[in-house]
Design a protein around this ligand. Structure first.
Ligand code: HEM
Length: 512
């Protein structure tokens, strides 16, 4: 009896103290804070977030009750959810630097050796320096003999040969290999052939990482849960250790044959920056101050790999799904390809301006199924405001891109796949009909690979659709349009059929 009384007393006192603290916080600021979901001690708003819907859909629905911008507590972290483009642009563009921080979580720390990468690294001199090097290395590939275009076209050719040999297939591993090889060429000047065991292990560990990292799992909300056995965290650590071995191998090989006179790829660019900084210790750019430790270099390359492969592959998979569901869209792209390019040469980047319907289709895929429906969370680096609301330093800010891209005030029938919405009324030139469209984010944290990704999407899709008509594999149901929420919004596995178009059938001895 006595222990029950004690427990009740602690509970009631705890609740009173918690409510009083919350009131004190609000009155101390004298500022209007965003409406909040109910908050309980320790667990925060977790009970209100129980839902059969994935977080981006739930956050969109919660606007009806709490308005476009509202707050919640994830454990003891205050989070603001932004659902409308006006406020999203304020966060990303107008106050980009103020909101350029990233939260630290248990899973992203495991992935990035405590934030020593670009995507999950906090806003710092090291982050800025690494972004600059990667940006420079990506631009370098714009020119020269090993240009990005040549690399992507070689992969598109190899992908088409495989589609020709195996008409019915789960295209996912093939798309992943094609995109991986582009990123591999950029990072390490190497590529994988079909069935390569290193590539197979990469497929497995990448999926393991997508399944476990940054999903607001309980251990990210309550870090103290790490002390208990945790199957997901174990899986993540295992996948990361395989990735690290692979990265280390590439790093050692590059260090062994590094030359100051040639820059073959991104890893060479990073090694050069490291050597320059080490030889130049008196200058303001010392290796330490700009984060050029071995850990930083490996994590930056790992980041480009992670961010560059899963995202682009996922968009290609969604594009194929929507083309299968909408054969009339596929036909119109093929008519455009036939009339502007014909069958005597392959598509190239300079054709982008003359294939507006294909470009509009890519834009629509990025709208209807945004790869990162909640972007990557941002953090307020100082006390500030979003719209009329006060935002305390350290608050996490989630931009709900899903809500922006499905806002009925901005998009007519947002759940309908309608590439034509990105064209002018004559269907001859491209436009962006609403400001509520940010598939690559915006501002200081905007995607570093936007230009590369757009080239890949255009070249891979134009090569495939010039030669093949895609449909659902016989005996299989139509691919599902619902995504699986994770660090990227992935489609569920599906099988498709790629039928060569007239004139592109396989000829004896020569792949189409
Ligand atoms: C269609 C493909 C892609 C899409 C839709 C996409 C989208 C995004 C989005 C929404 C963000 C988060 C922006 C934010 O938090 O505000 C992001 C960040 C990032 N992306 Fe991409 N991305 C794609 C491809 C790529 C590629 C190919 C690369 C690398 C070569 C890449 C590298 C990065 C990096 C490094 C960041 C972190 C930037 C930072 O935090 O400073 N992405 N991307």
């Amino acid at each position: 009896m006595a222990w029950m009384f004690c427990a009740c007393w602690f509970l009631v006192t705890g609740l009173i103290w918690f409510t009083w603290q919350q009131k004190l916080r609000k009155s101390a600021s004298c500022q209007q804070e965003p409406p909040s979901l109910p908050v309980l001690p320790v667990i925060g708003s977790l009970l209100s977030l129980q839902s059969p819907f994935p977080p981006h859909v739930l956050f969109t629905q919660l606007q009806k009750k709490y308005g476009h911008t509202y707050s919640l507590m994830m454990g003891n972290h205050s989070v603001i959810i932004v659902n409308r483009y006006v406020e999203a642009k304020e966060v990303l563009l107008k106050k980009g630097k103020t909101f350029a921080g990233r939260p630290r979580t248990v899973t992203t720390d495991v992935l990035t050796r405590d934030g020593k990468d670009i995507a999950f690294g906090d806003y710092s001199a090291a982050w800025r320096f690494h972004r600059k090097i990667v940006h420079g290395a990506l631009c370098m590939f714009g020119q020269g003999s090993a240009s990005i275009e040549k690399i992507i076209c070689a992969e598109a050719q190899s992908l088409c040969s495989i589609l020709c040999e195996t008409a019915t297939l789960d295209v996912s591993p093939e798309l992943t290999r094609a995109v991986t090889n582009v990123v591999c060429s950029l990072c390490f000047s190497s590529s994988y052939s079909r069935g390569d065991p290193e590539f197979e292990s990469m497929l497995l560990y990448s999926q393991g990482i997508v399944d476990t990292v940054a999903k607001d799992s309980l251990v990210d909300i309550f870090p103290w849960l790490q002390i208990f056995p945790n199957a997901e965290l174990r899986k993540l650590k295992h996948c990361v250790s395989i990735r690290d071995k692979l990265l280390q191998k590439k790093y050692d090989e590059h260090q062994a044959d590094y030359s100051d006179h040639v820059q073959r790829d991104l890893l060479d660019a990073l090694l050069r920056a490291k050597r320059n900084a080490e030889n130049n210790n008196t200058a303001d750019i010392s290796a330490e101050s700009v984060g050029l430790s071995d850990d930083h270099l490996l994590m930056t390359v790992g980041d480009i790999f992670g961010a560059g492969v899963e995202t682009t592959t996922t968009v290609l998979k969604w594009a194929i799904i929507y083309l299968i569901h909408n054969p009339q869209v596929q036909r119109r792209i093929q008519e455009e390809l036939d009339s502007k390019i014909g069958g005597h040469r392959t598509p190239q980047l300079s054709d982008r301006g003359s294939l507006p319907y294909l470009e509009a289709t890519i834009r629509e895929v990025l709208r209807i199924r945004p790869v990162a429906p909640l972007l990557i969370p941002h953090v307020a680096l100082t006390d500030t405001r979003v719209g009329d609301f006060f935002v305390r330093k350290g608050t996490r800010v989630v931009i709900n891109l899903w809500s922006l891209h499905h806002d009925e005030k901005e998009w007519m029938n947002p759940e309908c796949f309608e590439p034509g919405r990105f064209l002018n009324s004559e269907g001859t030139s491209l436009n962006i009909p609403s400001s509520s469209y940010l598939p690559f984010g915006a501002g200081v944290r905007v995607c570093l690979g936007e230009a590369l990704a757009k080239m890949e999407l255009f070249l891979f899709l134009s090569w495939i659709l010039q030669r093949f008509t895609l449909s659902v594999a016989e005996g299989h149901s139509m691919p599902c349009l619902e995504g699986k929420f994770g660090v990227v919004l992935q489609p569920v596995k599906y099988k498709m059929n790629a039928r060569p178009r007239a004139g592109w059938e396989k000829h004896k001895g020569s792949p189409c």
